[in-house]
Design a protein around this ligand. Sequence first.
Ligand code: FE2
Length: 241
Amino acid sequence: MRPLFDMHCHMLCNVDDGAKTPDIMFAMLEAAYEDGVRALCLTPHYSPYLFGDTFSKSERSFALLSDYVAKNHPDMRLFLGHELGYHHGCITALENGKCRTVAGSRYVLVDFPEKVNFFELSNAMKQLRSMGFQPILAHAERYRCLSSKFDWIRSFVEDGGVVQINASSVMGSWGLLAKMQWKKLLRLGLVHLICSDAHNMDSRPPRMSVCMEYLQKHCSEGTIRRLTWENAWQIVQDLPI
Ligand SMILES: [Fe+2]
C-alpha cells in the first residue's frame, strides 16, 4: 500500500469543528490508517473569534491521540500544528506561540474565507513572509479570487510558497469551480500537497485516496509520491521543497 502523509486535518476532539468526542477521533484515525496514512499533522483551527483559544485544548487531545497511536499503530507518526484563519493581529499569535506553525517549522498553514479578495490574500502572504514565515495556502482550489490569478500563484510558488489542495475537491465536494481550479493547479504543476482536511466521519471523512484514480491517470508516480508523502516530510523537517 502507498504510504500517505496527511498534512491538514481536524481530527483532534473537542477543539474546533472537527471530531466531537474521543471515539470519533479514534474512528477517524482508524479510517486514515486504513486509507494508507502513515504520517499526520493535526491542524486544528486557530481562529479565536470562532473557536476561542485552541492551544491547550489541542495539546490535551494530541496527547490522548498519541497514546492511542503508540498502542495501536506504532508505525504511524504524528505532528502538531494549527490552521491559521488569517486575521488582524495573527502575526503576534504566531510570534508568541499561541498559534503553532507546522511541527515547529517556519511553515504556516493559512486559511481564508472562500470570498476573500485578492489584495487581502496576497498582502497577507507578503506580511507572513516579511516576518520570516513560509505560508502554506490551505485548499487553494476554493478561493474564487485566484481563478484568474495563476500568474500570481506561480510567483508565490517561485518565492517558496506552498500550495495545498483538498483530495475530495476533485469529486466536486466544493462545487464545480473548485473542481476545475483543483485540476488546473495540478496541470500547471502548482501544487505541493494533497490533504484530507477531514472534519468527521460523515460529510468530511479522512480519505486522501479519493483522488488517487485521477492522480494515477494524470501524474507520474514520482509526482504522486511528492504530493502525498515527500513534500510533507520536507516541511516537518523545516527543509525547502
Ligand atoms: Fe482545515
